[in-house]
Design a protein around this ligand. Structure first.
Ligand code: C2O
Ligand code: CU
Ligand code: CU
Length: 451
């Protein structure tokens, strides 16, 4: 973990969830209500892993087993999902589809061996608007089998909280917004802090692991004051690092940047990570050079590619998916309540799921076969489309060929399209949904079956 050069007070002490048991990657994790200060001077009631905001960073190693003993201390059921990991279905953490809900007071042991290195994250997969919205979001870092030699390895989880200026909760969802871009929070944070300042020794080779764990926001990111490289997208190293100008990450998505920390002066403005709204940039994190002498400049280390199976594009079967909007149908669910439905995948909204009532998959895939998902957004809102248990190879965006990149989530812009291929090599029923949580909750969700 990087404690090197981090400005005192500015950064959280990542709580230690690690258990000293002789097993290398062994963690104990709870989900529980807690009080914390997000807006300075005010306490807010949150839901938190191990009672902490930010949640403990779970560090695992590529190819090594991890054990996470999870205890539900909420007063409602939950499950934990490990976003982006290609692991067996029994550990995927989706209620009914892969496991029974973990009831209040119960413990469930998650055990898996991550095949890929990179920046991933974890979150519940139940009552997500509330459970994620109120704080159950954490980083899961899978270290490379051979660790690249960065001086700084910084995890920054980005989230806007639905809090007012006194730290009181506002509505996490409003139907009017759920039917559009989603309900945004107002208090912007990185690791639970509004615009923290980090200090590194000039000349440091910095790896920033940015994760958008927000329910709603797409961050259009840029880094002022230094030239950085994009080294990984959604955990997966890019084949050729490229200069970072601006990059949009939707909910659930990640971005790893590499740069050499420049010397900064108070009037140079330093280095600032910003997100753009129209022409305006809003600071998320500021970086200044520490007073320690300059490190001698070395180049940014290269990351090894992950062992993701390469789809056979010639033999692949293409399956079209249209994401559409439909006015509120407000059907009455089995529980007698009305549920707003606004979004459809191939003309179908998600019908919900319970013990003994699992809807049909949106696609039935043959184990070992290659597929191309032809994604089409027929709406004017963005949709980060996420598939569990597999990693896409995106080779076409908006009708144009792009340098192929691996990702678990594809961001479709207004009327956007993408072609995403993968090998269906992981047997099971895998969630396939938009990661704007309100979209997924109001219809934009389904699953594919691989058998
Ligand atoms: Cu972050 Cu269903 O996933
Ligand atoms: Cu996921
Ligand atoms: Cu969406």
């Amino acid at each position: 973990m990087s404690t090197f050069g981090v400005a005192a007070a500015a950064m959280p002490r990542w709580s230690l969830a690690q258990v000293d048991s002789g097993i290398m990657y062994h963690y104990r994790l709870t989900a529980e209500p807690a009080e914390t200060e997000l807006v300075p001077g005010f306490q807010s009631s949150v839901l938190a892993f191990n009672g902490d905001i930010p949640a403990p960073v779970i560090r695992a190693k590529q190819g090594q087993p991890v054990r996470i003993e999870f205890t539900n201390k909420l007063d409602e059921p939950t499950t934990i999902h490990w976003h982006g990991l290609r692991i067996p279905i029994a550990m995927d953490g989706v209620p009914f589809l892969s496991q029974k809900p973990i009831m209040p007071g119960e413990t469930f042991v998650y055990e898996f061996t991550p095949p890929d290195a990179g920046t991933f994250w974890y979150h519940p997969h139940m009552n997500s608007v509330v459970q994620l919205g109120k704080g159950l979001v954490g980083a899961l870092i899978v270290e490379e089998a051979i660790k690249p030699d960065f001086d700084i390895d910084e995890v920054l989880i980005l989230k806007h909280w639905h809090l007012d200026k006194q730290g009181q909760w506002k509505a996490l969802t409003r139907p009017r917004y759920a039917a559009r871009m989603g309900t945004p929070g107002e208090w912007g944070t990185a690791n639970g802090i509004n615009n923290p300042t980090l200090s590194y020794r000039a000349g440091s080779r910095v790896r920033l692991r940015l994760a958008n764990v927000d329910n709603t926001m797409t961050y259009n990111l840029r880094l002022k004051g230094v030239s950085a490289q994009v080294i990984a997208i959604d955990g997966n190293p890019v084949s050729v690092p490229f200069i970072f100008e601006q990059h949009k990450i939707g909910p659930g998505m990640r971005l790893d940047l590499g740069f050499i920390m420049p010397e900064t002066t108070p009037d140079s403005g330093g280095v600032v990570l910003e997100y753009l709204r129209g022409k305006f940039g809003f600071p998320l994190v500021s970086f200044i050079a520490s007073s320690a002498p300059l490190l001698k400049t070395r180049s940014i280390p290269r990351l090894a590619m992950n062992p993701v199976p390469v789809p056979d594009l010639q033999a692949a079967e293409t399956i079209p998916f249209a994401f559409e909007w439909e006015g509120a149908i407000s059907p009455v669910g089995k529980d007698g309540k009305t549920h707003d439905t606004f979004w459809l995948i191939n003309r179908r909204p998600w019908q919900g799921m319970g013990p003994g009532s699992i809807p049909e998959p949106v696609a039935d895939l043959k184990l070992g076969k290659s597929y191309i998902f032809d994604l089409k957004n027929n709406t004017q809102y963005h949709h980060p489309i996420h598939l569990h248990g597999h990693t896409f190879l995106v080779f076409e965006m908006d009708g144009k060929a792009v340098t192929p990149f691996y990702t678990d989530t594809v961001l479709l812009g207004k009327n956007g399209r993408a072609k995403a291929a993968f090998v269906a090599d992981n047997p099971g029923s895998w969630m396939y949904h938009c990661h704007v949580i309100e979209h997924m909750k109001t219809g934009l969700m389904g699953y594919v079956r691989v058998s």
